[in-house]
Each structure stands twice: as structure tokens, then as C-alpha cells.
Design a protein around this ligand. Structure first.
Ligand SMILES: Cc1cc2nc3c(=O)[nH]c(=O)nc-3n(C[C@H](O)[C@H](O)[C@H](O)COP(=O)(O)OP(=O)(O)OC[C@H]3O[C@@H](n4cnc5c(N)ncnc54)[C@H](O)[C@@H]3O)c2cc1C
Length: 258
């Protein structure tokens, strides 16, 4: 294993290819190294990473190098605290980053589920900006490093997150659900119900005119549209399909979390 260290994320971005992986917090990557993963032979590092969190002209900006602990320490993103708190234990939250979570495969990626529900934009190291959904759809192909994500602050009471796990408090997700209940244009995103975090188009359609009991019932009936859950050691496809509407109903009926 070779390690290449660069000063900036931009320089590191140019050195990433399909056998060279970028190292952020390393909670996934270093485990792969320890297990003898042969799919890559080079680790790329950057000395300066963006772990700032704050407001900018377009809304809120979260550096890809921000850890889950950084998120929990920032009042600017208090609505994301339940999401960051649901990820791993203290050691994982101290090291695991927002950027790494975007590229984390199932059963991980809970933070990316929330970001997709918030219509996040990814700011790439080369300055390009793209919707997070597009990045998630193409993330298996190396396309440069993520510098930061931007989101608009949701109106109070409109953002919800729920993680479903068998082991409490820090088991991995059987599924996670994030909803941003914007009137007219709601977002409902499931994690671990498809290869990447995925919008539930059926639920979003049903919730477009509000969240009364009828709309919630319709959203739960239609929530599997667009999803493709897998059988894995955490749960069968059948189980995931059975319980997804139950958990969505609980998420939609519960009071605001912030
Ligand atoms: C015990 C344990 C429990 C966990 N529990 C959870 C959990 O409950 N929920 C959850 O979602 N995750 C969980 N994880 C997974 C992981 O800790 C998090 O997903 C974390 O956010 C990954 O970030 P990282 O910085 O450690 O990624 P790394 O391991 O450094 O990198 C992961 C991948 O992302 C790529 N990458 C990292 N940063 C960037 C960037 N800026 N641009 C482009 N590519 C990048 C890397 O090249 C690599 O391929 C857990 C892990 C462990 C070990």
C-alpha cells in the first residue's frame, strides 16, 4: 500500500483513480486496508481539508471534512444533530466525515439520506457544483473529490429523520428515512432500501398537498415506489417491504424534532 500526501484537496483530487482511494476519517477505508482489500493499492491524503460549518450566501455550507462530532458541535445545523447522533458510537463520530458518508455503501450512509432529503448540492474540489442525487447516482465512477455540501436551512418543524436498527443505540441501519415536508414539493428519502439513498417518489406525490391523515395513509401505501430493497444479513427484502410503511407512518405522525 502506497500513501500519497498532498497539500490541498484540489491536488489530491487529481491523484484519485480506481486503484487510489482518498482517505478522510478512515472509519471505512482503514478497515478495508486492515482486512487486506486488494481493490486499491494507493491511499491519497490531503493536509488541508474543509471541515468548516456555517452560513454562506446560498444557505448553509458543510465542509466534506467535517466530522459527525463537528456537526453536533455546530448550532447552525442543529436540525441535523439527530442524524449525526445516530451514526456509530463516539469514536466513529469523532473520525467519520460528511464526505465519507456520501460514499459509504449500505448499510451506511445515514447522513447522505438526510442531505438528499434536504436537496443538497455537492461542491466538488474543482469548483463544479452538482445535485447530491446526481453524485450518488454516479459515485461508483471516480469523478473527483467533494469539497463541501450546501443546503438551505429547512423551516422549523419540516425536517424529520428516523433510523431503524436492530441493536440500540448504535447498530447499523436496517433502513433510515429522512423527510423534508415542504408544502408543494416534499422530499422523502430512504436509506438501505436501494443501492444508494433513494427518493420515494410515491410518498412524495402523496404528500404534495399536506400531511393530514389521508395524505399520510396514501404516502405509506405508495412509499415503496422507486425503491429496490435487498436481502442482506440485516433483513430480508420481504421484511424491509413490510416495515417501511410502518416506520414512514411513525416518522410522519411524530411531532417535529427541532
Ligand atoms: C463501528 C462502525 C459503526 C458505523 N456506524 C455507522 C452508522 O450508524 N451510520 C452510517 O452512516 N455510517 C456508519 N459507519 C460508517 C462510517 O463511519 C461513516 O459512514 C463515516 O461517515 C464515513 O466517513 P469517513 O470519513 O470515515 O470515510 P473514509 O473511510 O475515510 O472514506 C470512505 C469512502 O469515502 C471516500 N471519500 C471520503 N471523503 C471523500 C470526499 N471528500 N470526496 C470523495 N470521496 C470521499 C473515500 O475515498 C472512501 O472511498 C460506521 C462505521 C463503523 C466502523
Amino acid at each position: 500500500m502506497q500513501v500519497e500526501t498532498f497539500s490541498t484537496l484540489q491536488e489530491a483530487s487529481g491523484a484519485v483513480h480506481d486503484r487510489a482511494q482518498f482517505l478522510a476519517g478512515g472509519t471505512i477505508l482503514m478497515r478495508a486496508v486492515t482486512y487486506g482489500d486488494q481493490s486499491f493499492d494507493t491511499i491519497v491524503r490531503a493536509q488541508q481539508v474543509d471541515r468548516s460549518i456555517g452560513s454562506d450566501a446560498g444557505g448553509l455550507r458543510i465542509g466534506a471534512g467535517a466530522t459527525m462530532a463537528d456537526v453536533l458541535a455546530s448550532r447552525d445545523v442543529d436540525f441535523l444533530h439527530p442524524v449525526a447522533r445516530a451514526i456509530g458510537g463516539p469514536q466513529v463520530r469523532n473520525m467519520g466525515t460528511v464526505g465519507g458518508n456520501i460514499f459509504a455503501r449500505n448499510p451506511y450512509g445515514d447522513f447522505a439520506v438526510a442531505l438528499l432529503a434536504l436537496d443538497a448540492q455537492a461542491v466538488m474540489a474543482d469548483g463544479r457544483t452538482m445535485p447530491l442525487g446526481d453524485l450518488l447516482a454516479t459515485r461508483e465512477r471516480p469523478g473527483g473529490l467533494v469539497q463541501a455540501v450546501t443546503i438551505a436551512r429547512p423551516e422549523s418543524g419540516t425536517f424529520r429523520f428516523r433510523k431503524v436498527s436492530r441493536v440500540k443505540p448504535k447498530g447499523v441501519s436496517v433502513m433510515s428515512i429522512a423527510a423534508h415536508l415542504k408544502r408543494g414539493d416534499p422530499r422523502v428519502v430512504f436509506g438501505n432500501m436501494a443501492p444508494t439513498p433513494t427518493r420515494s417518489v410515491g410518498a412524495e406525490r402523496a404528500l404534495a398537498n399536506g400531511t393530514d391523515a389521508g395524505a399520510i395513509a396514501a404516502a405509506c401505501s405508495a412509499c415503496l415506489e422507486g425503491l429496490a430493497p435487498a436481502d442482506d444479513p440485516l433483513a430480508t427484502e420481504w421484511y424491509r417491504r413490510e416495515v417501511a410503511p410502518v416506520h414512514l407512518k411513525r416518522l410522519l405522525e411524530e411531532g417535529a424534532r427541532y
